[in-house]
Design a protein around this ligand. Structure first.
Ligand SMILES: Nc1ncnc2c1ncn2[C@@H]1O[C@H](COP(=O)(O)OP(=O)(O)OP(=O)(O)O)[C@@H](O)[C@H]1O
Ligand SMILES: [Mg+2]
Length: 592
């Protein structure tokens, strides 16, 4: 087995965890001091019981004279229990608040780190997997801080105190009690070694189950549309069973080891009865001493019984820390430059200088060059999969170019502060995503402090004001996840309004009017002309959406094959004219 302490990933993960705990270490320490007091108070009651047996009950003589001690002794015992209960209450509260506060910080940290991840990170990770980092794994960590740390400490402490006390009563019986230690230490080692990979498997299966459920709930409409419920249930059952089996697999380990700890614990009683009994009979030990040792016995027993469970919890905790850490520690490739060269706001000039972009050696864009002045409208036409969205992704620096450079206002985007760059761009993505919020909230997303008039202005520009006003709650209408309840074209127009609301220097409309009718689209085209200072990129499949652009780029297979105005491109032999004639033909046949 790999030695844990030498495993650098494990070490780094633990350091990461400790950074969060460190903020609350004093709270945790005070809690542990209180636990220590509680544990030490455990010495008192057995002592008193020993006194009662030897001095009060004794051999039956003189009971009446010594009866006076009894009420004091009982009051002391009750008082001691009361103090312990109060201390325990306070320590529990300390551990609880410490764990909740730490978890708050940790969730926040993990969430921040997730928001900084690259697009490529989200291409590789499933939402459900990432969700389980924030839920199941966090719970295991909280449980460790709120319960496992102090339980391990308390149990070790109880065990040591009990041993010391037993040794102080009689070293021979102490030694006999210690005989079980090597056995339980060996069992601890074995259990810990066997259970670790099982917990790793549990975490993987849990993530997988979560991811599956998340994907199916999100894609529920597709499942229904294809009447694939049974098929999906079958697949879910496989995931579900895999998770159950992983849990059972781990359970098999502890059901095997926990009884061994139990047996070790009950051995202690046997040893006491045997060794203590013989010593009592021989007069080497008083009955009171035997009662004292017997009353300490639970303090030896309990840790032995608990150890199996605590190892379980500890391993669950380390697995979860490692899992979260591996997700968090993945550094984003797209980061802020150390010395940004940009101004506070961008103006909107865009240049692609011999840009190539490859994914795993596969060329997506091939030597793309063009230059756009501030305030120009650029149309982009190209077959599906030709690389149009990729060009836009590079302007926003969602990915970095493999070769060449993308310049905004003459500055390489890699030298620009990311926030300034992206804040200056209004992007209406091809795949519209609306938040579960009101329409107003969705449109105002880029500038939540804007007025309702500004929201209405943006909606009017996107020709959305009409249908929004007709809704019973108007701008206060809540649109569900992904804007359910709205038509495709309506969603697109809200996304368009959202993109132009903050009057960004660069507006990117990626196929944003594909789902709206021709009439609405021509209205939107007219409105967009009012954006005089903004550089506007319009990606579209319809010539009607592009023909008024200052310049039109034709993208074929990751290359720009044609560039010019509508007039120029229609006169040229090429993809643009083919599409134009095709669409014109369709229009004529429709109107004929
Ligand atoms: N993250 C990615 N990883 C690997 N390949 C990608 C990635 N993103 C896009 N591609 C590939 O790059 C090519 C261009 O994709 P892009 O999305 O730019 O096309 P597009 O012109 O916008 O198409 P559409 O008109 O269908 O939106 C496609 O072949 C696509 O499969
Ligand atoms: Mg696209």
């Amino acid at each position: 087995m790999k030695n844990r302490l030498n495993d650098p990933e494990w070490k780094r993960a633990m350091k990461w965890f400790y950074r969060y705990l460190a903020k609350y270490k004093w709270k945790e320490a005070v809690g542990l001091v209180l636990v220590t007091i509680c544990a030490v108070l455990n010495i008192i009651n057995p002592k008193i019981m020993g006194i009662i047996v030897d001095d009060v009950i004794g051999d039956g003589k003189g009971i009446s004279e010594r009866m006076g001690i009894l009420p004091i002794a009982v009051a002391l015992m009750i008082g001691c229990q009361f103090v312990r209960a109060v201390i325990r209450l306070i320590s529990q509260w300390l551990f609880e608040t410490c764990s909740q506060d730490m978890l708050y910080d940790m969730r926040d940290g993990v969430y921040r780190s997730l928001l900084q991840k690259d697009f490529s990170f989200y291409n590789r990770n499933r939402t459900g997997d990432l969700m389980s980092r924030q839920t199941g794994d966090m719970m295991a960590i909280r449980h460790f801080v709120a319960y496992v740390i102090y339980s391990i400490y308390e149990n070790v402490l109880l065990f040591v105190i009990a041993l010391i006390m037993i040794f102080s009563v009689d070293w021979r019986i102490g030694l006999a009690m210690m005989a079980v230690l090597p056995i339980s230490a060996f069992v601890t080692y074995l259990q810990s070694k066997t259970i670790k990979p099982k917990f790793m498997k549990i975490r993987d299966r849990f993530s997988s189950l979560n991811a599956f459920a998340q994907e199916n709930i999100s894609g529920n409409r597709v499942v229904r549309a294809f009447a694939k419920e049974d098929y999906e249930i079958e697949k879910f059952d496989v995931e579900n069973a895999a998770y159950r089996d992983a849990e059972l697999d781990a359970a098999k380990v502890w059901t095997k080891y926990v009884p061994i700890f139990e047996v070790c614990a009950s051995f202690l009683t046997v040893i006491l009865m045997l060794v203590g009994g013989i010593m009592c009979v021989k007069g080497a030990m008083t009955l009171g001493d035997m009662v004292i040792v017997n009353s300490y016995l639970w303090m030896l027993n309990m840790p032995l019984r608990m150890f199996g469970w605590l190892i379980n919890d500890y391993q669950r905790f380390t697995t979860s820390v490692v899992k979260i850490y591996t997700t968090v520690s993945e550094k984003p490739q797209i980061t802020n430059p150390s010395k940004p060269k940009n101004e506070k706001k961008i103006k909107g000039e865009v240049e692609f200088r011999d840009v190539s972009y490859k994914v795993e050696g596969e060329p997506i864009l091939d030597h793309v060059s063009f230059k756009v002045k501030q305030g120009e409208t650029v149309g982009i036409l190209g077959a599906t999969g030709s690389g149009k969205t990729t060009i836009m992704n590079l302007i926003c620096r969602f990915y970095d170019v493999t070769d060449g450079a993308v310049l905004v206002d003459g500055i390489d985007v890699r030298d620009m502060e990311l926030h300034t760059l992206r804040d200056g761009i209004g992007l209406a993505m091809q795949d519209v995503f609306l938040f579960s919020d009101t329409i107003e909230g969705n449109i105002a997303y880029g500038d939540p402090d804007c007025t309702l008039d500004q929201v209405k202005w943006a909606a009017k520009m996107a020709d959305a004001d009409g249908f929004i006003s007709e809704m019973p709650d108007g701008y206060d209408t809540v649109v569900g996840e992904r804007g359910i309840g709205l038509s495709g074209g309506q969603k697109q127009r809200i996304a368009l309004a959202r993109a132009i609301l903050k009057k960004p220097a660069i507006v990117i409309l990626d196929d944003t009017t594909s789902a709206v009718d021709m009439e609405t689209e021509s209205q939107i085209q007219k409105d967009l002309k009012l954006l005089e200072n903004e550089t506007v990129f319009i990606i579209a499949q319809r010539i009607s959406s592009l023909k008024d652009a200052d310049v039109i780029l034709v993208v074929e297979d990751g290359r720009i094959t044609q560039m010019g105005t509508h007039k120029e491109l229609v006169a040229e032999d090429g993809y643009y004219r083919t599409v134009y004639e095709h669409q014109l033909g369709n229009l004529k046949s429709q109107t004929a």
